[in-house]
Design a protein around this ligand. Structure first.
Ligand SMILES: [Zn+2]
Length: 258
């Protein structure tokens, strides 16, 4: 599942291909979007910005229109030079934006909507998002405020996935962050101090920023998807179990994460 680092990386690549370049063609191949008339509504408009907030990506067009995308579990953004073969089948494309040099494609995108800037600002789901861990001005105190407003019986691993507390962390970075900070992901929020919660995000932020520079793929994990393998710190076997209402698998070392 693409996490915040992958989406920030995609926003950079999409922006590099589209900003300051004439858009020659926009296609929405899926029947679901046939009546939306996006090609007509976006015709002749330039892209003025592409940015990310957590796992959400926004393509902002001149004239106050914004395309909002969320990839959920299986979606992907591709940026290709014209004529290059796409990484996924064209049948899985939901959006294609063409310039003279590039094709920007969203594949398998469950969330793809065109909204006015006014609506983007007032959208309740977007307004509810917590601070973006990868934002230049990431606000630690806002993160702590959101975390303390959450149900304090919730496990810290589960709470880190809730995008209303903090935007950008997915299942892989959740487990890695708790490991790096030496905190048991099953500890209730009431038993996690502010300093401990901040330790997790301070471990993650530089790593996720570096990952975004590399294309947004997590490499060399310590516990994520390493069930039964030795913990790199103490050698105990890494454990895995579903956590939270969505039963997302959490990986941890029971010996060195107290
Ligand atoms: Zn260990």
């Amino acid at each position: 599942m693409p996490e915040g680092d992958a989406i920030h990386s995609a926003a950079r690549r999409v922006g590099a291909a589209l900003i300051g370049t004439k858009i020659v063609d926009i296609e929405t191949p899926q029947p679901r979007h046939a009546l939306d008339r996006w090609p007509e509504r976006l015709e002749g408009r330039a892209v003025r910005a592409v940015d990310a907030h957590g796992k959400h990506l926004f393509i902002r067009f001149d004239g106050g229109l914004t395309l909002h995308s969320h990839l959920r579990m299986r979606g992907a953004w591709g940026v290709y030079e014209r004529g290059r073969r796409w990484r996924r089948s064209p049948r899985r494309a939901w959006l294609v934006i063409r310039t003279a040099e590039h094709e920007v494609v969203q594949f398998d995108g469950p969330v793809l909507e065109l909204m006015t800037d006014a609506r983007a600002r007032s959208d309740r789901r977007l307004a509810a998002l917590g601070p973006d861990l990868l934002a230049d001005d990431f606000d630690e105190s806002r993160f702590l405020t959101r975390l303390r407003e959450d149900d304090q019986t919730r496990g810290i691993g589960d709470a880190l996935l809730d995008q209303r507390n903090l935007a950008g962390i997915g299942n892989a970075w959740k487990s890695e962050g708790c490991f790096l900070a030496g905190i048991n992901p099953w500890r209730r929020l009431s038993e996690v101090s502010d300093e401990e919660a901040l330790a997790i995000v301070r471990e993650l932020r530089p790593r996720m920023l570096a990952s975004a520079e590399r294309g947004g793929r997590i490499v060399g994990t310590s516990v994520f998807e390493r069930t039964g393998l030795p913990c790199p710190r103490c050698g105990a076997r890494v454990r895995a179990r579903g956590q939270g209402d969505d039963n997302r698998t959490t990986y941890w070392c029971a010996r060195c994460q107290a």
